[in-house]
Design a protein around this ligand. Structure first.
Ligand SMILES: C[S@@+](CC[C@H](N)C(=O)[O-])C[C@H]1O[C@@H](n2cnc3c(N)ncnc32)[C@H](O)[C@@H]1O
Length: 377
């Protein structure tokens, strides 16, 4: 495959010359290969002039509200003299800068004891760095900095490589990707024993139609264990788009959740320009909740992003209502609408939170709605 380009060369190398990989490995290569991957080779571009928006790239408001969350964790822990925000998947450190700036402006007591640790193997570094900002390429390395913390990840889990599987009359098949006849082709194979077990454990039995195709992420348990081990004590906050398993694996969702993004256009064909576009799959919130439980973390709650951020913003909104200066201008309102409106990012994105050695109740972002949502879990 030499001469065809970096993605083909990487594919030949990853497959040991067999020119065939499981879809999961193909996705990992397309996203994370150092020479050819979308993130791994530094091609990822987020925001208005990039391929897709995240809540971070909408503007500084997401970071401003997460700064309120950091302050609440610090308060609940009794104002420890050293406090960290740990962010996994921090990409270009934009959220880090927004959170630190907002803490400096609004929470001076916290400002003097905060550090911000980014863990991302493929960070896009900002030219000017705050000395309180540290970069690590793996969680175990970041764990050396162990402290009371708020651990955040925004759109990390949707970037984990997933198995693609298809239902046939004789059972589930795993999709593999092959380079054949000068084109990427999909083959179906009997899944490994481990994958068969994971399918049995995670996918509700249902009347799936022939050809039903979906995704299964088998990285969540191991990731959750390492996140839990990294956090000394504090709050683990996961923000992403996803569904609980009954919805994720509903028989009507016949083509799964896999999407590719480029230049703000989305489609569901991961074989088109691999390495040059983002590939992502929704998060199975049931799997995340179970993994947190298995890792020994305390359950705090789940909320859609709109309700969660609105609750964090409530004191500012009340101040503004009283006519006090709360820093709410046109730009603020535009960002707030984008982040919270159900038709924009408010409902499709969710926030799940776990506690380690900290109170599980009374959290601003999860108050009231926790009980209602627990019912649907
Ligand atoms: C979709 S981007 C989100 C970036 C940023 N959090 C935001 O919301 O704008 C996913 C990020 O996760 C990073 N990533 C993927 N797997 C990772 C891992 N195992 N550990 C740390 N970062 C990872 C990627 O390098 C990329 O920067």
């Amino acid at each position: 495959m030499s001469g065809l380009g970096p993605i083909h060369e990487a594919f030949a190398e990853w497959s040991g010359g067999r020119n065939e990989l499981t879809f999961k490995d193909f996705m990992r290569l397309s996203l994370y290969d150092h020479q050819a991957g979308y993130y791994g080779a530094g091609k990822a571009s987020l925001g208005r002039n990039g391929d897709f928006f995240t809540s971070v790239s909408v503007g500084g408001l997401f970071g401003q509200l997460l700064a309120c969350q950091a302050f609440e964790v610090w308060q609940k822990l009794g104002h420890p003299p050293v406090f960290q925000v740990i962010e996994q998947g921090g990409h270009d450190a934009r959220l880090a800068c927004d959170v630190l700036q907002s803490i400096d402006e609004h929470f001076p007591d916290l400002s003097s004891c905060i550090n911000y640790t980014i863990c991302d193997p493929y960070p896009v570094r900002l030219p000017e760095q705050d000395p309180r900002l540290r970069f690590f390429d793996s969680l175990p390395a970041a764990a050396a900095e162990n402290a009371a913390a708020l651990f955040i990840c925004n759109e990390l889990l949707d970037a984990f490589p997933v198995h693609r599987i298809r239902f046939r009359s004789d059972g589930w098949k795993e999709l593999w990707v092959k380079w054949e006849d000068s084109a990427w082709q999909i083959n179906e194979r009997v899944p490994s024993k481990e994958l068969t077990q994971a399918i049995g454990a995670r996918i509700p039995s249902g009347a799936y139609p022939d050809g039903y195709t979906t995704e299964l992420c088998t990285e969540i348990d191991a990731w959750m264990k390492s996140a839990a081990a990294t956090l000394d004590k504090g709050l683990l906050l996961i923000v992403d788009y996803g569904f609980f398993s009954d919805d994720y694996y509903a028989p009507e969702r016949t083509a799964g959740t896999l999407r590719c993004f480029s230049d703000h256009q989305a489609d569901d064909d991961p074989l088109l320009a691999p390495g040059d576009r983002d590939i992502t799959a929704h998060v199975d919130w049931t799997a995340v909740r179970d993994a947190g439980d298995a890792a020994g973390l305390g359950w705090i709650g789940f909320s859609d992003q709109g309700a969660y951020l609105t609750r964090l913003a409530a004191p500012l909104l009340q101040q503004a209502e009283r006519g006090e200066k709360a820093g709410i201008g046109r730009k603020w309102i535009r960002q707030f609408q984008t982040l919270t409106h159900p038709g924009m990012m408010g409902r499709s994105f969710g926030v799940m939170a776990f506690a380690k050695d900290i109170d599980t109740t009374g959290w601003t972002g999860f108050s009231d709605i926790q009980m209602n949502l627990n019912k649907s879990l």
